[in-house]
Write a protein that binds this ligand. Structure first.
Ligand code: GDG
Length: 733
């Protein structure tokens, strides 16, 4: 049984060195709880940074620290102060964090940061490689470690790797500004499963993968040359029972009151009927704290009757204070709180209580259970767990949540009052609604939310990610061929050598030659001619090039070589250097009707073009924006289906091409005709495209069918690309 290895920037343990002795205390974050509950029998190991730099740890203490961490199932990655500066404070928090939260103006593209990020990611990957074995399951967390999956996969191709991003993945328009965008995507694609909080982040990621790497994406599977990567959304839940039980305990068996609780009691006594409004966030510009303060000021001016009737409690937890932007924000928030309190305070009333610190868990519960409204207004937030925690603590079924629609959690919490944090009027109105919401209505909303949150809690979240990862590893996708291994190849060659009459069907584009943006550029090279000559001249071997291309191009390229050829999907055939003959009688009167439709699509779809063949029309869209091209293809398909009616023609969706042609012509039919002409006892067919599927399906079961590229197919085997195809064919000569 393999281990489960978790990798995150920080370990879930706090380290303290006191006069040479080491203290390690587990921190109780949501992630740690989720991980603890993953139902795996094997051992668990958490790898990450301990919070102490290499310089902080006296050499002789390092082994002791390892020992202390091992007791908590942890192992450290050693990082120097410079590495932490460049990798964590730099690239992670001055480049990726602002960019992925749509704060382009705060995003710094520094080569130094990027280089240190790579270096530090390599250290994490090395630690994983050192401490894990072949059977282990590896789960990498978050934006600080986006290159780690690929770094592990390179060294250990069979490793099972999952990656979860805790922050948003931005739209392509934002992501494309990153100078190292391809490297980051490739880093992530080392995973077998990539998880996001919401479908929107998943959709943005897939769009970038298609546009920037040109990879094929089918639903939520990404097809790389020899692997399939699954992408899915797993909205992170909370440790529901922990929050709910703590709140229950707080009400039913109050222990000695904390200072915060005493202050809250005093407030309630001195100002009964005053509502408490709560916000809790790390002090981060993405959380919209400054804007919230402005909106609060707007509210008090807009609805003055709420003056002295409401108090806003702000808990801002110090965060990343080494980064200049956070220092500026701190100053801004301090000043805003001062100004608003100065403007509105009366002898009996201060509108804002502001805490800039981290509080123990008990205090968090004091705040959650005492406040009538939680007001959370992030400008962008991957999820926002505070919103979920507030709901979990409302055991008396009162309370209202006002939540920004820019938070990932808003997708699951439509019973909250959802607001746009930039719209002050809407927020003022939501605050008013919250203050006047009848308790029955509060209870109705809370009940629905609590049911949902208690069901999809952090344990369910972690387990559903792990289950999907393990399933993905077992069977990457349905209808995918087996890889053509050396052993299978040996058996095929053996059959080839002992056969009496061999028949080979070789597709051209994407199979014998790479796929080119301009089809005219894909002309055969010397190596290919040599290979085809050798095959063609073999005794007892009938070689057919079989392609959708027009006969003029193949006449130019291959007729002098006297190879057998079938072109235009089976309309024309040429044998031993003779002129092309019609293999099928096909009509072409439908072309006049269809051509103008295609022309209008070309006019409206930059980069697309029409290829006119003797008996078919093809609309190519490989040079268009991929999403736009696909959309147009769907639209065109619909239009054509309506148009072709009784004509005996069909629309064939190829790889970035739609071809309209006579229905009784396809490569499968042509191949079967050739096959029936003689007693072949070895049939081999290879191709990369949808149009080759006709051959895979129609040739008899004894035929050896090979798909180029890992895609859904009816072929028996697959190989990676044209280079591999040539290597394979060389075994026959
Ligand atoms: C990132 C993403 C995503 C807060 N103050 C105190 C305290 N907390 C705890 C809360 C909550 C957690 O910290 C904050 O989680 P959030 O989800 O709200 O926000 P981020 O820290 O930005 O987290 C976010 C999350 O990752 C998970 O994927 O939801 O979008 O940005 O659990 O309770 N805990 C204690 N004292 C405090 O003062 N003890």
């Amino acid at each position: 049984m393999g281990k489960t290895i978790i990798i995150s920037n920080r370990l879930p343990v706090q380290l303290q060195i006191n006069n040479g002795s080491i203290e390690a205390t587990p921190s109780v974050g949501g992630l740690a709880t989720g991980m603890k509950s993953v139902k795996l029998e094997g051992e668990r190991l958490w790898i990450g940074w301990s919070g102490l730099t290499k310089e902080d740890i006296p050499k002789e203490l390092s082994p002791k620290i390892d020992e202390a961490l091992a007791k908590h199932g942890c192992a450290k990655v050693s990082l120097t102060a410079d590495e932490i500066d460049g990798y964590y404070y730099g690239f992670s928090n001055r480049t990726i964090w602002p960019l992925f939260h749509y704060f382009l103006e705060y995003t710094e593209f520094e080569l130094d940061f990027w280089e240190t990020y790579q270096q530090a990611n390599q250290k994490f990957a090395d630690a994983v490689l050192e401490k894990s074995g072949e059977d282990d399951t590896i789960w990498v967390h978050d934006y600080q470690l986006m290159l780690v999956p690929q770094m592990i996969k390179e060294k250990r191709p069979n490793a099972t790797i999952g990656f979860f991003l805790h922050i948003p993945f931005p739209s392509y328009e934002i992501f494309r500004t990153l100078p190292w965008r391809e490297e980051v995507l490739e880093g992530l694609l080392g995973s077998d499963l990539i998880g996001f909080h919401t479908y929107d982040y998943e959709r943005h990621f897939l769009s970038s993968v298609r546009r920037l790497l040109g990879l094929e994406v089918s639903f939520n599977d990404i097809f790389q040359e020899n692997r399939i990567i699954k992408v899915d959304s797993f909205p992170m839940g909370i440790d529901y029972d922990k929050f709910s039980n703590a709140a229950q305990e707080h009400i039913e068996n109050p222990k000695e009151k904390t200072d915060i609780q005493k202050r809250l009691d005093e407030h309630k006594k001195s100002a009964p009927g005053t509502k408490l409004l709560l916000s809790i966030d790390r002090l981060d510009y993405s959380k919209g704290i400054a804007k919230r303060l402005n909106a609060f000021e707007y509210f008090l001016n807009r609805y003055p009757k709420y003056k002295e009737k409401v108090r806003l409690i702000i808990l801002a937890v110090p965060s990343r204070s080494n980064v200049p932007q956070y220092q500026l924000l701190k100053k801004e928030v301090d000043e805003l709180v001062g100004r608003i309190n100065g403007e509105f305070s009366t002898v009996n009333w201060t509108p804002i209580w502001y805490f800039y610190r981290s509080m123990p868990f008990e205090n968090l519960i004091d705040l959650y259970t005492n406040c009538d409204i939680a007001w959370l207004t992030p400008l962008r937030d991957g999820m926002n767990l505070v919103a979920k925690e507030y709901i979990a603590t409302r055991t008396d079924k009162t309370g209202v949540l006002i939540l920004s629609e820019m938070a990932g959690s808003a997708y699951e919490m439509s019973e909250a009052l959802l607001i746009n944090p930039n719209n002050f009027e809407e927020q003022a109105s939501a605050l008013k609604t919250a203050f006047t919401m009848p308790e029955k209505e509060q209870a109705r909303r809370i009940n629905v939310l609590q049911k949902r949150l208690s069901r999809y809690n952090v344990k369910v979240w972690a387990n559903s990610f792990m289950d999907t990862l393990l399933k993905q590893k077992e069977s990457p996708a349905a209808n995918v061929a087996k890889r053509l291994t050396e052993k299978v190849l040996g058996e095929i060659v053996e059959k080839y050598n002992t056969a009496n009459k061999r028949l080979l069907f070789l597709d051209y584009d994407g199979t014998l030659a790479g796929f080119h943006k301009d089809p005219q550029q894909a002309s055969p090279d010397e190596e290919l001619y040599d290979l085809l000559d050798a095959l063609h001249s073999q005794k007892n071997t009938t070689l057919f090039l079989i392609s959708g291309r027009d006969k003029e191009t193949f006449t130019k390229w291959f007729l002098p070589k006297k190879y057998n050829m079938i072109v235009e999907h089976g309309v024309w055939i040429s044998r031993n250097g003779e002129e092309f003959q019609l293999l099928e009688q096909v009509k072409k009167d439908w072309m006049e009707k269809i051509r103008p439709v295609l022309e209008s699509v070309v006019d409206r779809t930059p980069g697309s073009f029409i290829e006119e063949k003797n008996y078919s029309l093809a609309w190519h869209y490989r040079n268009t924006d991929p999403d736009f091209g696909e959309k147009r293809a769907v639209e065109l398909n619909e239009t054509l289906t309506g148009l072709i009616g009784n004509d005996d023609i069909s629309v064939l969706a190829g790889n970035k091409v739609m071809e309209i042609k006579s229905s009784n012509v396809n490569k499968g039919r042509a191949a079967v005709r050739v096959l029936s002409e003689d007693d072949f006892d070895f049939v081999f067919v290879i191709g990369d495209d949808w149009t080759d599927e006709f051959m895979f399906q129609e040739l008899p079961d004894s035929a050896i069918s090979v798909k180029v590229g890992l895609k859904k197919t009816s072929a028996k085997y697959y190989v990676n690309g044209p280079k591999r195809v040539r290597e394979l064919l060389k075994n026959f000569v």
